[in-house]
Design a protein around this ligand. Sequence first.
Ligand code: SF4
Length: 372
Amino acid sequence: MPPPPTGQPDPKRMRRALMRWFDGNRRDLPWRGTRDPWAVLVSEVMLQQTTVAAVTPYYERFLARWPTPADLAVAETDELLSAWAGLGYYRRAHMLKDAAAVLADEVPGDAAGWRALPGVGDYTAAAVASIAFDEPVAAVDGNVERVVSRLWAIAGDPRKAAGKRAVREAAQALLDPERPGDANQAAMELGATVCKPRNPDCPRCPLRSGCRALALGEPTRFPELPARAKTTPVARLAAVVVARGKVLLARRDEAPNAGFLELPHVDLPSEHVDASGAPRAAAGDLGARLATHLRDAHGLVVRVGEPLPPHRHAITRWRIRVHPFRCSLSSGRVAAPLAWTSPRDGRPTTTATRRILAASLPELFRTESPAP
Ligand code: SF4
């Protein structure tokens, strides 16, 4: 290892070192090499909060199906959500469709133009503009934030105004203006593969000779993010399973998973939960609450029956516990947002609902069910 630096890193030297490293170490990813702004946008949106390994098959299938914004702009939302199923954060799929409607008419040529598209933030706008149009603008994601915070030992919370400005200026200083698209991808790649959050591989890092955080002996001190809240919020729901060959599902109208089908449900208030978090009983107040929800929200009269196996899952920082109950429909007409659905219909259905039905009603997945 060379001796630790005594002053601030020299941006020009760091840029050269970063680009040399990238040219010799870049991963061969399906979106590398394209300068088609639509393909770049799709890859950048899919990669938000999702791993490269998870995104790769989706990216290729998505572009094969909707190779241009005009193709996606006229796609059915159900078809889009089904194609996105399993990738998570479905808000991104809606955002891509909204952006596609604008891009079908006109493709902006700079970051400011991309920033004006529905759902496109500073990072995505800069990534597309630098990769597709060679605009020398830094794209700052979590990886880049970490690399430059450590390289310059930037103090303070990088999500607050002063820290954010310092990180942006540092990222801009590290950006090779001759190859801005590659330079942005190089900084991201370094953050993803070498300057990792908990275990930065400093001996292998091309920037180690200038890194202030390494010189201070505390690379992981930066970026100085506030400590995360230790408590994890838990949401408990009681869900209604009415099955007559097909199952009664409701279309969600809010994020996350807007547009997906799910079991009708109500929040489970704490007084209906015992010390272990399980509902106290299917009958009584809880049963009445479920029945009242179906009557008031959907005009259906149901009888609440036995509890089915509970289901647990996590969405972002939330833990969700779903307690499903087998119910029977006494009277009422099924109308939107409710629908009789089979898991075999291929309609977009939330993962939790699919898992609950697979555990409690596996016959729905085995054979084509007759209409109720
Ligand atoms: S030397 Fe270590 S802390 Fe500094 S940028 Fe490289 S990997 Fe990150």
